[in-house]
Design a protein around this ligand. Sequence first.
Ligand code: AKG
Ligand code: FE2
Length: 286
Amino acid sequence: MSIEHLSADANPEAISKRLVHDGCVVIDDLAGPAQLDALEAELGPFIEATEAGRDRFSGRNTRRTGGLIGRSPTCRELVMHPTILGSVGQLLAHASNFQLHLTQVIAIGPGEPAQEIHRDQWAFDFFPFPKGYEVQCNTLWALTEFREENGATRVIPGSHRYDDRLRFRTEDTVPAEMRRGSVLLYTGSLYHGGGANRSEAVRSGVNITYDVGWLRQEENQYLSCPPEIARELDDDLLRLMGYARGAYALGYVDDTRDPLSVLKPDRKAHGLGGLPREANALRHDG
Ligand SMILES: O=C(O)CCC(=O)C(=O)O
Ligand SMILES: [Fe+2]
């Protein structure tokens, strides 16, 4: 049992195929050093100011810093990376739309024990989604090297097809080791958890996750990114953040207005904007 690695020029078809098959995959070196340096410079003060977690699952030696769209222009590039959006779009193609679910730097400090092995989709109040019906696709971009010793994410390849609510030990998992700039993709159904950090240094990654447009977002993007910043962002990014309908009738404003036209009143109303054309009709219309 090991994690497949693909190169940075892998296409979304190959990546989503791996995700369907294994539930996880690493793309090597997808972010460059300059991009990562910029991201660290933008986020450093916010990470410094973040308190450690208050429970075992969050990690008492772990800092979780969110709101990355508002705080880091470089993070927006990672969120919108075409290879990632293409792969997520394929994995979640059964839904009318997908959206940004959360943005979070996860900085695991020395001495942190291993996190409990879990499925991220348990966040949806433990709803038992059918096997093979993926609702979430996650990325974890390595800001530092990920090694077994410093707390590389522990994963169980293939476990996206397992039964729900199972418990595992660290010995059942493998570490997603990767270089700085590589990115681990995994479905919301994959069993995984943060590794124990037995090194002297912090292990840091940027967790950017996406989910189908009909579920509630884990990080509230409307309030995490102040409206004065949101107004300056590209339309495509805003749509992904949730300024779009999640399906035919989900998320409109008052008289079925497009949310984007509310944020940017100079925009012409997009009608039912933000959805692929075929989703602009109710499915059973034919
Ligand atoms: O930081 C990691 O390696 C994974 C953390 C994680 O899975 C989580 O917090 O849900
Ligand atoms: Fe997780």
